[in-house]
Write a protein that binds this ligand. Sequence first.
Ligand code: NAP
Length: 429
Amino acid sequence: MTKTMKIGIAGLGNVGTGLVSRLQEQEKLRFNGRIEITGISARNRSRARPVEIDQYEWFDDPVALAKSEETEVFVELIGGSDGPAKLAVEAALKLGKPVVTANKALIAEYGESLAALAEETQTPLLFEAAVAGGIPVVRAVRESFSGTEIKSIRGILNGTCNFLLTEMATTGRDYGDVLSDAQRLGYAEADPFLDVSGTDAAHKIAILSSLGFGVPMDFSKVAIDGVDTISLRDLQLAGKFEHKIKLIAEAVMTDHGVICRVEPVLLPKTSPLAQIDGPLNAVMIESVHAGNYTLTGPGAGSGPTASAVLGDLSALLSDQVKPVFGVGVEKLDQPFCATDKISAAESKYLIRVELQDKAGALASLTEKLAGSDVSVEALLQDSAGDSEYAPIAIMTHECSYAAAEEAIRRINSLEAVVDSARLIRIESS
Ligand SMILES: NC(=O)c1ccc[n+]([C@@H]2O[C@H](COP(=O)([O-])OP(=O)(O)OC[C@H]3O[C@@H](n4cnc5c(N)ncnc54)[C@H](OP(=O)(O)O)[C@@H]3O)[C@@H](O)[C@H]2O)c1
């Protein structure tokens, strides 16, 4: 007999209406059963939607939808780490109703307590759509790679930032100009803060860290730097060194624990992640026994994200569900790397600074570098036309972050500095 699963959907925006539309033609999908939408909820009942919804029972309150007797599985597509999304997910889990969500903020900030609740009531909580949209990386890390040790997970996890960096580098337009374009094209929200500050990518890498390394779900442990301080000049200087700047989210297992961070990084133009342009996402998984893998695809948008939600619903239909983070929450006990150990790790850096174009300025700069134990691999003095300022880019040899930061502090104390020096890490691949 065909199994029918009754679902309630809270949130009828980009993803929610995409999901409803796909379920309305589910005969095209390869489900081991049928999914029936029994109830829906959104904020504004009279808002026009791109799908027909009059046939479903309407709930003003998503918690009431989660608790409704008709709702067997609750799908949360509202967003936000607190407020109605959290209340409704908790209500469903307490009643033992499986939850599917696309909400990375909720999982990154409350994943551990929600997982504990899910385990208490032995209820599935699935969130494939929360990381990298349509790329099936959550299931890959939680299930397919559970038989191998993972060394690192690195990727481009925010399409908005990647679009901004790509457009700036290829068109030579500045940040504000390109951001307005991204908002017009629907790649960036009216309030782009979560994306451009790196917070969105940090939510995603926090989730992958717990899945891949068994560290506790602790968002505060992610070091975050966004693209909002990257200038066109930075991208141009990186280009002159045959590099590109990308916002890289990474979780790396070290001898001192797991490093989890999001920051703009210089990558050689030929490296795989440097090839990922525009709004695309990519995730590279480096493993001890099974080699390295790169998954690429659209990391957002109604179609890809709804597909990931449908994949989770399909798993529920087939009863193929593992613990929320692959193992019980009590086993999320691996340490994070201490900050001083991260600072001591060696890397190359790009130092960008603008100096007054006057005699002795460059010599005093290199003096400050030497005084901080930072040696120069390459130095580029860009022409700024008729300006009396000279943008300088320095590629350092490997040095600790602490030494590079000290160099920045000393350089910024120079009288000839016009615009504060900036530090960007360089990776070799
Ligand atoms: N968009 C993407 O490409 C994408 C990709 C990956 C993950 N996600 C995640 O998917 C989730 C949904 O994103 P989205 O882009 O679809 O958002 P959205 O377009 O802003 O839609 C949000 C929906 O939630 C409803 N809502 C807001 N407050 C509510 C409340 N108090 N009670 C009931 N409903 C409420 C809104 O109702 P009204 O329509 O009546 O205003 C709207 O239908 C978020 O967690 C997001 O992070 C999105």
